[in-house]
Write a new protein. Structure first.
Length: 296
């Protein structure tokens, strides 16, 4: 039971997806770093697997810490929602003090591990915790703008993973950040559409207009449309070939169709399809970007 509660505190499935995104970006950063060290020629890639493991463990701890702080702050609100009422804090199986100690320990050791890779990685990890837990979390009840604010720490994992291998924020790093940032908006709005009734019990305002209406669906559609050219930037700037560009375009058009279907029907069923489509979109595009680098 203790182990299950710890997994709920750190939001294991969400944390796993975050770490996966960062780990793929680390491998992309390793490819770019080797490319630059070889004088701009594709050759053997050196991957520091010890640093890769440090990133995975440190990233898991950092993300778990941010989620822990989030649950401490939202403990009373989580009691109001069926989706979150059984979490360890609102259910009373864990105290605020216990959660705080665990979150602080995870944050400290996670920052140490990521900071040992390079200072920029450590700084970005601390920035992600602070922005997610202490800016995005309290804003969720005040304004739908919170989704854009939360999109920044949510898009930092690929940036953190990249700079852990190639310690500078270059065009590739910004492209990885941009893809994840714009992907997050329709992804999160789809979730908010499905769970809107539950979110309203806690006073969360997460849909663009605050409700399931045509305007919210149109805004989700527009940002899904923007995602298509953003996802093509690796090919446009020559960091990826036509393979990753083609796969990104196909995935983007499927994602866009799902967003269009939500805009057309305004049904929860369509929002669920968009939500599940988003879960497939991001790992496919990121893996294809990595694969395209490897085969060059």
């Amino acid at each position: 039971m203790i182990w299950k509660d710890l997994m709920k505190l750190v939001k294991f499935r969400l944390t796993f997806l975050v770490v996966f995104s960062a780990s793929i970006s680390f491998l992309i950063g390793s490819q770019v770093n080797s490319f630059l060290n070889n004088g701009g020629v594709h050759g053997d890639t050196h991957i520091n697997w010890v640093n890769w493991l440090k990133l995975i463990v440190g990233g898991f701890l950092i993300t778990g810490a941010a989620n822990g702080f989030n649950e401490i702050i939202e403990k009373d609100l989580d009691r109001l929602m069926a989706r979150t009422a059984d979490r360890p804090l609102p259910s009373g199986r864990m105290t605020n003090g216990q959660a705080l100690v665990l979150s602080l320990l995870m944050g400290i050791f996670g920052t140490y591990l990521l900071g040992s890779l390079n200072l920029l990685t450590g700084f970005l990890s601390v920035f992600a915790i602070v922005l997610y837990a202490f800016a995005y979390t309290p804003m969720k009840r005040k304004s739908p703008i919170s989704v854009f604010v939360g999109g920044i720490p949510g898009a930092l994992p690929p940036l953190i993973g990249y700079v852990a291998a190639n310690p500078k924020i270059d065009e590739v790093a910004l492209i990885l950040f941009g893809i994840q940032f714009f992907w997050q908006l329709p992804h999160f709005w789809a979730i908010a559409w499905v769970l809107d009734d539950d979110y309203k019990l806690a006073g969360f305002r997460l849909l663009p207009t605050g409700k399931r209406d045509k305007a919210s669906a149109v805004i989700a559609f527009v940002f899904t449309l923007i995602l298509i050219p953003v996802s093509l930037l690796p090919t446009i700037y020559g960091y990826g070939g036509y393979f990753v560009g083609g796969v990104s375009l196909v995935c983007g058009l499927i994602f866009l169709y799902q967003a269009f279907n939500l805009m057309r029907t305004l049904e929860i069923k369509a929002a669920k399809q968009l939500m599940f489509g988003s879960f497939l979109y991001l790992p496919i595009v990121q893996l294809m970007f990595l694969f395209d680098f490897i085969v060059k």
